[in-house]
Design a protein. Structure first.
Length: 135
């Protein structure tokens, strides 16, 4: 192989590696920005929300990305819940409405499939923070 082609191949490989590194940095920055925004909007903590989701057993009914074992199919998947227009087809998708739904789903829509779990106000804020990272 001529030297000029070797340099061209090396330059191409370096360019691909640089693009991959830049993509990884952009991905990490986007995730961090999403987490910060979700915590600011909800008043909760994303990490605590993930733990609360597991503790309340939400994954037994819902598929929830990022939560180990959360692969239920009784309720809707919560993938991309942060970008949906409404919650349960009734409430606007904002942090206050999400926390209300999580705490008292039967008061919002009597006899719906979402059970009252006794979710605390603090846990509802944390769960909302986590769910708002699912874009």
């Amino acid at each position: 192989m001529p030297a000029s082609l070797k340099w061209l191949a090396l330059l191409l490989a370096a360019s691909v590696l640089a693009a991959m590194a830049a993509g990884a940095v952009m991905y990490a920055e986007t995730r961090a920005r999403t987490r910060v925004m979700a915590e600011q909007v909800s008043g909760g903590t994303v990490t605590a929300g993930r733990a609360a989701i597991a503790r309340y057993g939400c994954g037994s009914c819902h598929a929830i990305p990022g939560v180990a074992g959360a692969s239920g199919s009784v309720g809707p998947s919560l993938a991309k819940v942060a970008v949906r227009a409404s919650i349960a087809g009734r409430l606007p998708n904002d942090a206050e409405a999400m926390a209300l739904w999580l705490r008292h789903p039967q008061a919002v829509t009597p006899r719906n499939g979402m059970p009252e779990q006794g979710v605390t106000r603090s846990d509802a804020r944390d769960i909302t923070a986590y769910l708002y990272t699912l874009k």
